[in-house]
Design a protein around this ligand. Structure first.
Ligand code: ASP
Ligand code: MG
Length: 417
């Protein structure tokens, strides 16, 4: 069995979906296809949710736009109309419209998952229907009753044993050769939708592969593979042909956006290779992520994480930053669920870099102000050069203002403005 995952960029238009069909058509093996919401649908649904909670009337217009976007793709895919599909979609949108008329409930994270999971339900219904009509028989399956999680809404944890039982039961190659399901979403044992965290579809593919002992996973992307830099940020990056799981985890940790960080572990545990390939050039090799036999990287890899905040903490009484104050600081970050991506300290100064745009960051900073003078620079970026050399550093850092630098044997990291 193989697992194919198609992200939002690959299914953002009718030609994209037709292209997906071409790729799937070439496969003869047992296949589970994992699909994300179309294009930027998840962002749109988040916007609708927030507008609803703020009592903003434009939410109705936003729902309409999203509906029109999906229906227009369907009209292009099915010029003759497909009554069952269209009535299915209309039903889902009517449900959403009706919900928008009501008062939003207090439990925001719970409601987020119920509403935002719609993106993947819509996309998979459409793609499954299209493949069936294009002579590629497949069975649509519902992740909300297959991928079972706890009730940590918006960042749910997998119930591996229940999920394994259900998936092994469902993805039976004797019944269907091709199964199609949603990335990113799951469900509680009581049947409520959950989500695995933004960009979580890769993780879904890895979970399925692990449970089903898949031969391989392919993530189809709009880039040729894993590159030595983001082509949107830096000129002339090269493709990496092969990297180890370890290397992939490090790159994802430093902020490489190609694969979701949680994806690697379920694959590494079963030694299942992960291919990152271009859906525009499906014949090309892409990047293979596999065990240690993978070739060593000898090229510098540049990773930039934008929208970061550099926080500096100075004890109010100018005492040293020692173990006791460190444990206090880390406990606060843990409590507010804020992930720290870099730390550096001196005798009386402790600096951290975290993602910006988090509501609880403000609460955290307030809390820290009890014991520390809190300074911060927002709108900075965290730039990592892995396997660095001096030439790459010089070229990359030209015209950058460096606020902090940290070097180890493999990595050099800069907080820049
Ligand atoms: N549609 C979800 C998101 O945009 C999941 C994914 O694309 O992986 O976050
Ligand atoms: Mg997406």
């Amino acid at each position: 069995m193989k697992v194919f995952k198609f992200g939002g960029a690959s299914v953002c238009s009718s030609p994209g979906i037709m292209n997906l069909a071409e790729i799937v058509k070439k496969e003869n093996d047992h296949l589970v296809i994992v699909i994300s919401a179309f294009g930027k649908t998840t962002n749109a649904l988040e916007g609708i949710l927030v507008a609803w909670y703020q009592g903003d009337k434009t939410r109705f217009q936003m729902v309409n736009q999203l509906k029109e976007y999906h229906l227009s793709i369907c009209r292009e895919l099915f010029p003759d109309g497909e009554v069952t599909l269209f009535s299915d979609l209309n039903y889902l949108f009517t449900e959403l419209e009706t919900k928008m008329e009501t008062q939003p409930p207090a439990a925001f994270d719970f409601e987020y998952d119920q509403l935002v999971s719609l993106g993947e339900i819509l996309s998979t219904k459409i793609v499954s229907f299209y493949l069936n009509s294009a002579g590629i028989p497949n069975l649509w399956t519902d992740s909300r009753s297959l991928l079972i999680t706890d009730t940590t809404f918006r960042n749910a944890n997998i119930d591996w044993s229940e999920t394994a039982t259900r998936m092994k039961d469902t993805f039976n190659p004797d019944n269907n050769r091709i199964y199609l399901t949603q990335g990113f979403i799951g469900g509680t044992i009581d049947g409520y939708a959950t989500t695995l965290g933004r960009e979580g579809s890769d993780y879904t593919a890895a979970i399925i592969a692990n449970i089903m002992d898949a031969a391989e996973v392919t993530v189809w992307k709009d880039v040729p593979g894993i590159m030595t830099a983001d082509p949107d940020e830096f000129p002339g990056p090269e493709k990496l042909d092969e990297i180890s799981y370890q290397e992939a985890i490090e790159l994802a940790y430093f902020g490489a956006k190609v694969i979701h960080p949680k994806t690697i572990k379920p694959l590494q545990n079963k030694n299942i290779p992960l291919y990152v390939k271009s859906f525009l050039q499906p014949e090309e090799n892409g990047t293979a992520i596999k065990d240690k036999t993978a070739g060593k990287i000898n090229k510098p890899v540049i990773i930039i994480k934008r929208n970061q905040v550099l926080i500096s903490l100075i004890p109010k009484d100018f005492s040293f930053v020692i173990e006791e104050s460190l444990s206090k600081i880390f406990y606060s970050f843990f409590k507010h669920k804020i992930r720290v991506s870099l730390i550096q300290n001196s005798a009386i100064n402790f600096s951290l870099v975290v993602d910006n745009g988090n509501e609880s960051l403000r609460n955290l900073m307030q809390e820290l102000q009890n014991d520390f003078k809190v300074l911060y620079n927002d709108n900075v970026s965290l730039l990592t050069i892995r396997h660095y050399d001096s030439e790459t550093i010089a070229k990359t850092m030209k015209n950058m203002q460096v606020l902090l630098e940290q070097r180890s044997r493999r990595n050099v990291r800069f907080v820049v403005r």
